[in-house]
Ligand binder design. Structure first.
Ligand SMILES: Cc1ncc(COP(=O)(O)O)c(C=O)c1O
Length: 390
């Protein structure tokens, strides 16, 4: 069956004007806007320019429905989800809020994205924790290195769900079962899987899950969400607190109350007003994921990657550099060759947007891509290898 016969994906593709002009394989860096996102943002700008009414609290309702939407997308309850500004936001709640003692160890992989590393480095300096890097022999998170790195003082594992440079997806359940056995908090940076890999954070045994929405969730930069399990939520001391962490029951007429109870939900950890334009844009983007379903998006993306992988395997000039194991694949596909920088330039010249990461071409395939996009890339690869005498 041809993938683009699926009318729902073809219809979703039509919401992305860039698809008429370029091929975009770079959602692992940041996602393009669809017309509903553009409209939501422009409508709000228009409203604010006219300033005819006080709409300062209108976005609260959107924020509230987004908590539910994200909860649905990750198999959580709304009370466990808060709106954040990016991935680092949720990671910081964990790093500065979890009940840790001086001397406790935090494990990160030596190929972890810097977001977790810098957050935990600062927390280690401030709280007297020990940041411990474990080796990644194949440039993947390595279970044996993790097990070997655990000591009686290990308190946290901070890990990306999907590795940014090679798309290696962690088996969250396998890792969390080790964490549970040793009483280790499992803090997951979810941004590279969010929206393209189905997840149930409760079944997966994740304690803290943090994701920005600027990449695969196709939202503006500066918005995201976090999940806190019931197990950790009430043990976390909020590292920052805002007046909107207290429950005003939407009654803002009389503000001289300093004894409001904090929310008993993850909302307690949110931080005041956010950029409404971002929230509205994110809300419009999220609807696409609800409509298509993340499991369908995953299937769509895998099929396109299979098409590309088949070509890459068939051409000895190229070599796949990502895991193709079903349990560890993602929507990121990487491969390399002798002259990666030149190849990257040749691809960009054909208006195919992707990046060169760690000497591999990184192809991020998403819901708006189709077979014709993949075939355009294959054509460039074929020309390039021929030009190299292969
Ligand atoms: C794995 C991973 N985590 C985090 C980020 C970004 O962090 P933040 O959303 O806090 O800017 C990126 C990419 O920019 C990433 O690839």
């Amino acid at each position: 069956m041809k993938i683009d016969r699926d009318e729902r994906f073809a219809a979703a593709r039509r919401l992305f004007p860039h698809t008429e002009k370029i091929v975009y394989f770079n959602s692992a860096s940041y996602g393009p806007f669809c017309t509903p996102v553009q409209k939501a943002i422009e409508d709000n700008i228009d409203l604010r320019v006219r300033a005819e009414k006080d709409d300062s609290h209108d976005a609260f309702a959107v924020r509230d429905s987004l908590r539910q939407d994200f909860a649905d997308l990750i198999g959580a309850r709304k009370q466990q989800v808060g709106i954040g500004l990016n991935t680092s936001f949720g990671l910081n709640i964990a790093a500065f809020g979890l009940p840790l003692k001086a001397g406790d160890e935090v494990i990160v992989s030596e190929v972890e994205f810097p977001a977790a590393v810098y957050t935990w480095r600062a927390a280690a300096e401030a709280r007297g924790l020990k940041l411990k890097f474990i080796s990644a022999p194949n440039r993947y998170f390595d279970i044996d290195s993790f097990k070997g790195g655990i000591t009686g003082r290990t308190a946290v594992l901070a890990l990306s769900w999907v590795q940014f440079f090679n798309g290696y997806r962690i088996d969250l359940e396998e890792v969390s079962s080790i964490c549970k056995k040793h009483g280790i908090y499992f803090v997951v940076d979810g941004i590279q899987g969010m929206g393209v890999e189905p997840i149930n954070v409760c079944d997966a045994g994740v304690d803290v899950f943090a994701s920005g929405c600027q990449k695969w969730m196709l939202s503006p930069q500066g918005c995201g969400f976090f999940y806190l399990s019931d197990n950790v939520r009430d043990r976390i001391t909020p590292p920052f607190m805002s007046w909107l962490g207290a429950d005003w029951q939407m009654k803002f007429q009389d503000l001289f109350h300093y004894d409001k109870p904090y929310f008993d939900s993850a909302e307690r950890f949110e931080l005041g007003y956010y950029a409404v334009l971002n929230i509205l844009g994110m809300d419009a983007a999220v609807q696409i994921f609800k409509d298509l379903g993340v499991a369908n998006i995953k299937r769509h993306n895998r099929a396109l990657i299979d098409r590309l992988a088949e070509y890459v395997r068939s051409n000895p000039y190229y070599r796949i550099t990502c895991s193709m194991e079903p349990g560890h694949r993602s929507s990121i596909f990487t491969f390399t060759c002798d002259h990666v920088a030149e190849l990257h330039r040749a691809i960009l010249d054909q208006k195919i947007i992707l990046v060169n990461r760690e000497n591999s071409i990184r192809v991020s395939v998403h819901l708006f891509n189709d077979e014709a996009d993949v075939d355009r890339l294959i054509e460039v690869l074929d020309d390039f290898s021929r030009g190299q005498g292969r």
